[in-house]
Design a protein around this ligand. Structure first.
Ligand code: PGA
Length: 260
Protein backbone atom coordinates (compact mmCIF):
# COMPACT_ATOMS: atom_id res chain seq x y z
CA UNK A 1 0.00 0.00 0.00
CA UNK A 2 1.43 3.38 -0.93
CA UNK A 3 1.79 6.27 1.44
CA UNK A 4 -0.72 8.26 -0.63
CA UNK A 5 -3.45 5.66 -0.24
CA UNK A 6 -2.88 5.70 3.52
CA UNK A 7 -3.55 9.42 3.59
CA UNK A 8 -6.73 9.08 1.53
CA UNK A 9 -8.09 6.37 3.76
CA UNK A 10 -7.20 8.34 6.91
CA UNK A 11 -8.86 11.53 5.63
CA UNK A 12 -12.04 9.60 4.91
CA UNK A 13 -11.96 7.99 8.31
CA UNK A 14 -11.29 11.06 10.43
CA UNK A 15 -14.12 12.70 12.40
CA UNK A 16 -13.44 15.98 14.18
CA UNK A 17 -15.66 17.51 16.86
CA UNK A 18 -15.25 20.84 18.62
CA UNK A 19 -16.16 19.40 22.02
CA UNK A 20 -15.16 16.17 23.76
CA UNK A 21 -18.78 15.51 24.65
CA UNK A 22 -19.91 15.61 21.02
CA UNK A 23 -17.17 13.15 20.08
CA UNK A 24 -18.21 10.84 22.92
CA UNK A 25 -21.90 11.00 21.95
CA UNK A 26 -21.01 10.18 18.34
CA UNK A 27 -19.07 7.08 19.43
CA UNK A 28 -21.77 5.98 21.88
CA UNK A 29 -24.42 6.21 19.17
CA UNK A 30 -22.29 4.15 16.79
CA UNK A 31 -22.09 1.46 19.46
CA UNK A 32 -25.81 1.68 20.27
CA UNK A 33 -26.71 1.41 16.57
CA UNK A 34 -24.59 -1.71 16.25
CA UNK A 35 -26.19 -3.29 19.33
CA UNK A 36 -29.69 -2.57 17.98
CA UNK A 37 -28.81 -3.78 14.49
CA UNK A 38 -27.40 -7.06 15.82
CA UNK A 39 -30.42 -7.53 18.04
CA UNK A 40 -32.71 -7.20 15.00
CA UNK A 41 -30.64 -9.89 13.29
CA UNK A 42 -30.99 -12.12 16.36
CA UNK A 43 -27.22 -12.11 16.83
CA UNK A 44 -24.98 -11.04 19.70
CA UNK A 45 -23.00 -7.81 19.40
CA UNK A 46 -19.38 -8.65 20.20
CA UNK A 47 -17.75 -5.51 21.56
CA UNK A 48 -14.10 -4.81 22.33
CA UNK A 49 -14.08 -2.33 25.21
CA UNK A 50 -11.47 0.07 26.53
CA UNK A 51 -10.71 1.70 29.88
CA UNK A 52 -9.08 5.00 30.88
CA UNK A 53 -10.42 8.53 31.06
CA UNK A 54 -11.25 8.71 27.37
CA UNK A 55 -14.20 6.28 27.12
CA UNK A 56 -15.95 7.50 30.29
CA UNK A 57 -18.21 9.90 28.33
CA UNK A 58 -19.08 7.14 25.87
CA UNK A 59 -20.12 4.83 28.71
CA UNK A 60 -22.08 7.61 30.38
CA UNK A 61 -24.13 8.08 27.20
CA UNK A 62 -24.63 4.32 26.79
CA UNK A 63 -25.95 4.20 30.36
CA UNK A 64 -28.32 7.09 29.57
CA UNK A 65 -29.54 5.30 26.46
CA UNK A 66 -30.15 2.18 28.54
CA UNK A 67 -32.01 4.05 31.28
CA UNK A 68 -34.02 6.46 29.13
CA UNK A 69 -34.23 4.95 25.67
CA UNK A 70 -34.50 1.21 26.28
CA UNK A 71 -31.10 0.28 24.87
CA UNK A 72 -30.52 -3.28 26.09
CA UNK A 73 -27.16 -4.98 26.61
CA UNK A 74 -28.60 -8.45 27.06
CA UNK A 75 -27.33 -9.35 23.60
CA UNK A 76 -23.87 -7.87 24.14
CA UNK A 77 -20.75 -9.96 24.65
CA UNK A 78 -17.75 -7.87 25.67
CA UNK A 79 -14.00 -8.37 25.70
CA UNK A 80 -11.78 -5.79 27.35
CA UNK A 81 -8.50 -4.84 25.78
CA UNK A 82 -6.23 -5.33 28.75
CA UNK A 83 -5.59 -5.59 32.47
CA UNK A 84 -2.64 -4.97 34.75
CA UNK A 85 -0.58 -7.93 35.99
CA UNK A 86 -0.58 -8.67 38.79
CA UNK A 87 -3.73 -7.10 40.19
CA UNK A 88 -6.86 -8.29 41.97
CA UNK A 89 -10.25 -7.70 40.32
CA UNK A 90 -11.47 -5.78 43.39
CA UNK A 91 -8.48 -3.40 43.46
CA UNK A 92 -9.72 0.07 42.60
CA UNK A 93 -7.04 0.46 39.91
CA UNK A 94 -8.07 -2.77 38.16
CA UNK A 95 -9.92 -2.57 34.91
CA UNK A 96 -12.43 -5.10 36.23
CA UNK A 97 -13.33 -2.54 38.91
CA UNK A 98 -13.37 0.27 36.31
CA UNK A 99 -15.77 -1.56 33.99
CA UNK A 100 -18.09 -2.42 36.85
CA UNK A 101 -18.13 1.19 38.09
CA UNK A 102 -18.39 2.99 34.76
CA UNK A 103 -20.61 0.65 32.74
CA UNK A 104 -21.53 -2.88 33.76
CA UNK A 105 -23.36 -2.24 37.06
CA UNK A 106 -25.58 0.35 35.35
CA UNK A 107 -26.79 -1.76 32.41
CA UNK A 108 -28.36 -5.18 31.80
CA UNK A 109 -25.27 -6.93 30.43
CA UNK A 110 -25.00 -10.52 31.67
CA UNK A 111 -21.92 -10.93 33.90
CA UNK A 112 -21.06 -14.18 32.12
CA UNK A 113 -20.94 -12.24 28.82
CA UNK A 114 -18.20 -9.88 30.05
CA UNK A 115 -14.55 -10.82 29.60
CA UNK A 116 -11.59 -9.02 31.13
CA UNK A 117 -8.17 -10.66 31.23
CA UNK A 118 -7.92 -12.33 34.65
CA UNK A 119 -4.62 -12.49 36.41
CA UNK A 120 -5.21 -14.48 39.57
CA UNK A 121 -2.89 -17.32 38.57
CA UNK A 122 0.76 -17.98 38.12
CA UNK A 123 2.69 -16.53 35.22
CA UNK A 124 3.13 -20.05 33.76
CA UNK A 125 -0.61 -20.37 33.07
CA UNK A 126 -0.85 -17.08 31.24
CA UNK A 127 0.14 -18.18 27.72
CA UNK A 128 -2.62 -20.77 27.68
CA UNK A 129 -5.10 -18.33 29.19
CA UNK A 130 -4.24 -15.77 26.49
CA UNK A 131 -4.74 -18.36 23.76
CA UNK A 132 -8.16 -19.17 25.22
CA UNK A 133 -9.07 -15.45 25.23
CA UNK A 134 -8.19 -15.32 21.51
CA UNK A 135 -10.11 -18.55 20.82
CA UNK A 136 -13.21 -17.25 22.58
CA UNK A 137 -13.24 -14.09 20.43
CA UNK A 138 -12.74 -16.13 17.27
CA UNK A 139 -15.45 -18.66 18.18
CA UNK A 140 -17.93 -15.76 18.31
CA UNK A 141 -16.96 -14.69 14.81
CA UNK A 142 -14.51 -11.97 15.93
CA UNK A 143 -15.08 -8.51 17.37
CA UNK A 144 -17.87 -6.54 15.70
CA UNK A 145 -16.51 -3.28 17.06
CA UNK A 146 -13.32 -2.40 18.92
CA UNK A 147 -13.26 0.84 20.92
CA UNK A 148 -9.76 2.24 21.52
CA UNK A 149 -8.12 5.07 23.39
CA UNK A 150 -4.50 5.95 22.71
CA UNK A 151 -1.55 6.33 25.06
CA UNK A 152 0.75 9.34 24.78
CA UNK A 153 3.31 6.90 23.40
CA UNK A 154 0.91 5.65 20.71
CA UNK A 155 -0.10 2.42 22.42
CA UNK A 156 -3.45 0.78 21.69
CA UNK A 157 -4.52 -1.58 24.44
CA UNK A 158 -1.21 -2.17 26.19
CA UNK A 159 0.55 -2.77 22.90
CA UNK A 160 3.51 -0.56 23.65
CA UNK A 161 5.94 0.90 21.08
CA UNK A 162 7.79 -2.00 19.45
CA UNK A 163 4.81 -4.39 19.61
CA UNK A 164 4.59 -6.50 16.48
CA UNK A 165 1.65 -5.84 14.19
CA UNK A 166 1.18 -9.64 14.24
CA UNK A 167 0.92 -9.78 18.04
CA UNK A 168 -1.89 -11.67 19.81
CA UNK A 169 -3.13 -11.65 23.41
CA UNK A 170 -0.11 -11.97 25.70
CA UNK A 171 1.75 -10.82 28.79
CA UNK A 172 3.52 -7.50 28.10
CA UNK A 173 5.93 -5.17 29.86
CA UNK A 174 4.61 -1.68 30.41
CA UNK A 175 6.51 1.24 28.93
CA UNK A 176 7.78 4.06 31.20
CA UNK A 177 5.35 6.63 29.69
CA UNK A 178 2.43 4.29 30.40
CA UNK A 179 3.60 3.68 33.97
CA UNK A 180 4.13 7.41 34.52
CA UNK A 181 0.56 8.10 33.35
CA UNK A 182 -0.75 5.41 35.74
CA UNK A 183 1.15 6.83 38.72
CA UNK A 184 -1.66 9.12 39.90
CA UNK A 185 -4.12 6.21 40.07
CA UNK A 186 -1.73 3.95 42.00
CA UNK A 187 -0.37 6.68 44.27
CA UNK A 188 3.33 6.16 43.56
CA UNK A 189 5.52 4.76 40.82
CA UNK A 190 6.61 1.68 42.79
CA UNK A 191 2.97 0.59 43.11
CA UNK A 192 2.35 0.69 39.33
CA UNK A 193 2.57 -2.86 37.92
CA UNK A 194 5.44 -3.56 35.53
CA UNK A 195 3.34 -5.90 33.40
CA UNK A 196 -0.10 -6.38 31.92
CA UNK A 197 -2.10 -8.76 29.75
CA UNK A 198 -3.11 -7.14 26.47
CA UNK A 199 -4.90 -8.33 23.38
CA UNK A 200 -2.59 -8.02 20.38
CA UNK A 201 -2.32 -5.54 17.53
CA UNK A 202 -3.39 -8.34 15.19
CA UNK A 203 -6.39 -9.15 17.40
CA UNK A 204 -7.45 -5.48 17.24
CA UNK A 205 -6.80 -5.23 13.49
CA UNK A 206 -9.20 -8.09 12.78
CA UNK A 207 -12.18 -6.28 14.35
CA UNK A 208 -14.89 -5.52 11.77
CA UNK A 209 -15.03 -1.89 12.90
CA UNK A 210 -12.45 0.03 14.95
CA UNK A 211 -13.00 3.42 16.58
CA UNK A 212 -10.06 5.23 18.14
CA UNK A 213 -11.24 8.09 20.35
CA UNK A 214 -8.73 10.76 21.38
CA UNK A 215 -9.66 13.72 23.56
CA UNK A 216 -7.72 16.74 24.76
CA UNK A 217 -4.56 18.62 23.92
CA UNK A 218 -2.30 16.11 25.68
CA UNK A 219 -3.08 13.68 22.84
CA UNK A 220 -2.42 16.15 20.00
CA UNK A 221 1.27 15.30 19.39
CA UNK A 222 0.70 11.56 19.29
CA UNK A 223 -2.40 11.94 17.09
CA UNK A 224 -0.36 13.85 14.53
CA UNK A 225 2.12 10.96 14.43
CA UNK A 226 -0.57 8.26 14.45
CA UNK A 227 -2.48 9.84 11.56
CA UNK A 228 0.21 11.52 9.45
CA UNK A 229 3.41 9.76 10.51
CA UNK A 230 4.97 6.58 9.17
CA UNK A 231 3.23 3.28 9.74
CA UNK A 232 5.62 1.85 12.29
CA UNK A 233 5.57 -0.46 15.28
CA UNK A 234 7.14 2.46 17.20
CA UNK A 235 3.67 4.08 17.03
CA UNK A 236 1.32 1.09 17.35
CA UNK A 237 -1.80 3.17 16.54
CA UNK A 238 -0.29 4.03 13.12
CA UNK A 239 -1.39 0.57 11.89
CA UNK A 240 -4.93 2.01 11.82
CA UNK A 241 -3.90 4.14 8.80
CA UNK A 242 -3.85 0.94 6.77
CA UNK A 243 -7.20 -0.42 7.95
CA UNK A 244 -10.26 0.78 6.03
CA UNK A 245 -12.56 -0.23 8.90
CA UNK A 246 -10.75 2.06 11.35
CA UNK A 247 -12.06 5.49 12.26
CA UNK A 248 -10.28 8.23 14.24
CA UNK A 249 -12.62 10.40 16.33
CA UNK A 250 -11.02 13.52 17.81
CA UNK A 251 -12.06 16.59 19.70
CA UNK A 252 -10.59 20.04 19.01
CA UNK A 253 -7.77 19.60 21.52
CA UNK A 254 -6.57 16.23 20.22
CA UNK A 255 -6.76 17.50 16.62
CA UNK A 256 -4.66 20.58 17.40
CA UNK A 257 -1.54 19.44 15.52
CA UNK A 258 -3.31 17.90 12.54
CA UNK A 259 -3.23 19.64 9.18
CA UNK A 260 -6.67 20.32 7.74
P1 PGA B 1 -6.60 7.69 28.83
O1 PGA B 1 -5.74 6.41 28.44
O2 PGA B 1 -7.92 7.50 28.17
O3 PGA B 1 -6.71 7.65 30.33
O4 PGA B 1 -5.88 8.88 28.30
C1 PGA B 1 -5.78 5.98 27.13
C2 PGA B 1 -4.85 4.83 26.89
O5 PGA B 1 -3.79 4.75 27.55
O6 PGA B 1 -5.14 4.01 26.01
Amino acid sequence: MTNQSHKTSVTNNLKLFSEAQQASLYVAHQIANLINEKEKQGKPAVLGLATGNTPKGVYQELIRLHQNEALSFKNVISFNLDEYYPILPDDQQSYTYFMRQFLFKHVDIKPEHTHIPHTDFSEEGIAQYCQEYEDKIESLGGLDLQLLGIGRNGHIGFNEPGSSFESKTRLVHLNSVTREDAKAAFGSMDKVPQKAISIGVDTISKAKKIILLALGKRKSDIMKLAIHGDVTTQVPASILQTLPQAEFVLDHGAAGEIKS
